[in-house]
Design a protein around this ligand. Sequence first.
Ligand code: NAP
Length: 303
Amino acid sequence: MYDIGIIGGGTAGMTAAIYGQRAGKQTIIFEGSVFGGQITSSPNVENYPGIASVSGTEFSMNLLDQAMKLGTETVTEQVTGIRDEDGIKIIETTEKEYPCRSIIIATGVTHRHLGVPNEERLTGAGVSYCATCDGAFFRGRDVAVVGGGSTALQDAEFLSNYCRKVYLIHRRDEFRGEEQIVSRLREKENVEFILSATVREIIGDTAVERLILNSKKTGKEFKLEVSGVFIAVGQIPQNEIFADVVKLDGNGFILAAEDCVTSHPGIFAAGDCRTKEVRQLTTAAADGAVAALAACKYIAGEI
Ligand code: NAP
């Protein structure tokens, strides 16, 4: 029997393992594909306090190494479900079942992709899903942001501080995100809205060179020369398999506040997979610590 079963090997999950092990608990982390999570796709992390610059891969491998040296077990198996049998939490994978005293769900989110030609191939070479992570690499250059929600608006505002020109491409005439940010963006000389337009293709040999757009108003295609495209068309949580056990919000995020406590006793949610405002590396790490310490209290019968 494990003390804390952690589902998801990203920053939140691995931080939870470190805190759990250091609190004397036997932890086990389940990861369905590659340990590291979203940050591994960031070429350079420059916004983690205390570390001026590190590649996403190196950052996450350091975390994994730290957790494993402390004694956490790692399992590369796809989790298919969880259940509670008289207080014992069972983690079901494609291979077997693992009984645990508590569970931390740290499955993160995946960024919704546009699904246009060359998007996958040029990810990390001009295509990014995180302006905060990668924006500084485009200092003085022309970039595009795709999306009309708060993330896209905030990304455009953030990038306008670095970039020569920021095109904000949205498929409708009205933004879904906050009007206040829209107003601020209208005032910016280096921000241009391209509305009722969709991206048809991303063009580039080894890096992004231009976009082919389709205007919904004219029905015509046109080109946009940019060296970066930041795609912010929503995030997709991956929590369906837990929906019978913990409550989700309307968008599929696990309902849990800053204490990481879910609707089910002994099951905690950490990082981007839970309802929260700021989804960053720092907040994922913070959640990992909070959830692990909460799990320790649960095991001790204190909550
Ligand atoms: P979102 O609100 O779901 O917006 C996604 C945007 O992408 C929408 O404008 C949507 O267009 C567009 N879109 C979706 N699929 C598309 C496609 N295939 N092609 C082109 N455009 C597409 O996502 P989000 O901006 O990431 O925000 C997620 C949640 O976090 C929201 O609840 C948001 O309020 C919240 N958030 C809050 C803050 C904050 O500071 N409080 C900051 C960021 C995010 P349509 O509008 O036409 O559907």
